[in-house]
Design a protein around this ligand. Structure first.
Ligand SMILES: Nc1ncnc2c1ncn2[C@@H]1O[C@H](COP(=O)(O)OP(=O)(O)OP(=O)(O)O)[C@@H](O)[C@H]1O
Ligand SMILES: [Mg+2]
Length: 300
């Protein structure tokens, strides 16, 4: 069963059409990376799934049922902006308040558990106002976990985090899918980071889904290339362009996207042209470049 099935979803804000017939399928257990440029409709879609906005048209099914079904609503955890917390209260007290709001039985035990899942068990006595951005985001996730959600919707949870904060968040999200068998939708612009955890991707543009794929499909779709450096990059590039059809100069490396082995290119440059290669490797484009390619193709 799919955790989310959205068909032909539309949302207008007055004259502005934010969603123009969006489709989305998120399998249960997925970590779904939701990608798109600013204003493409990610947050609007997430708010509609959570019932924070009312759709103009289309359908949203969660776990096979209409999204308005109260049983289904109870299964959703959400972090769309920063959590509403009292700055002068400790993390622990803020969590206990939220547990009381949600009528959680065995509150202290549950709070202890979710704080451990988000790597905040050592910081429970910190005042909320003294927490870093990464900690605050993880407190928001801990609050969402108190309801034992089957679906967690996170809008840009790694924005603004430093490398360490991102690494912890990555571990937390993977643990959540394991411990809570939870499906996670996570929108982000930080594609290199998303690529480390996502099992599925959805790319949205102009309020429509232009591509959905699994991480395996992305991997298979990502072009391989030979990357190399020589002393005279411009000359080597010009000469390689005579033999190969897809040669570029990117990030200080010449890239050859033709179906060719690295050794062949090195031998060609050295034996036929007398150019020594100082570094060579075979690589694949990542999510970031795949995304940029897709956007440049003008798919919409
Ligand atoms: N409350 C609102 N009133 C009017 N227009 C809105 C409202 N919320 C969103 N929009 C518009 O709808 C479109 C989609 O916005 P949305 O916030 O969903 O994009 P996004 O993909 O989340 O962008 P970002 O990456 O900047 O967060 C944008 O053009 C935005 O200006
Ligand atoms: Mg947004």
């Amino acid at each position: 069963m799919n955790a989310i099935e959205i068909r032909n979803l539309t949302k207008n804000f007055g004259q502005k059409q934010a969603l123009a017939g969006l489709n989305m399928t998120v399998p249960q257990g997925a970590i779904y990376g939701f990608i798109g440029e600013n204003g493409s409709g990610k947050s609007t879609t997430e708010k509609l799934i959570c019932g924070l906005l009312v759709p103009s048209g289309g359908s949203i099914k969660l776990f096979g049922r209409d999204y308005k079904d109260p049983d289904v609503r109870a299964k959703i955890g959400v972090l769309i902006e920063q959590p509403g917390c009292f700055p002068n209260y400790s993390v622990w007290n803020n969590m206990m308040l939220q547990a009381a709001n949600l009528d959680i039985p065995n509150a202290a035990e549950e709070v202890r558990k979710v704080l451990r899942v988000v790597h905040m068990d050592g910081s429970a006595s910190n005042k909320y106002k003294n927490c870093s951005l990464g900690m605050k985001q993880r407190i928001g996730i801990a609050m969402a976990l108190l309801g034992k959600p089957a679906l967690l919707i996170l809008d840009e949870p790694i924005n603004g985090l430093d490398a360490d904060g991102m690494r912890i968040m990555r571990d937390v999200l993977v643990d959540i899918t394991k411990e809570y068998r939870c499906t996670v939708v996570i929108s982000s612009h930080i594609l290199g980071e998303l690529e480390k955890i996502a099992t599925h991707y959805g790319i949205v543009r102009g309020g429509k889904m232009i591509k959905e794929m699994t991480a395996e499909e992305l991997e298979a779709d990502c072009r391989t290339f030979v990357a190399l450096q020589t002393k005279d990059m411009e000359m080597a590039r010009a000469l390689l362009e005579r033999k190969y059809s897809r040669v570029t100069l990117e990030n200080e490396y010449i890239r050859i996207y033709d179906d060719v082995k690295a050794e062949e290119v090195v031998a060609y440059l050295y034996h036929e042209l007398g150019i020594a290669v100082t570094e060579v490797r075979t690589d694949k484009i990542g999510l970031e470049e795949y995304y940029i390619d897709l956007m440049n193709k003008g798919v919409c």
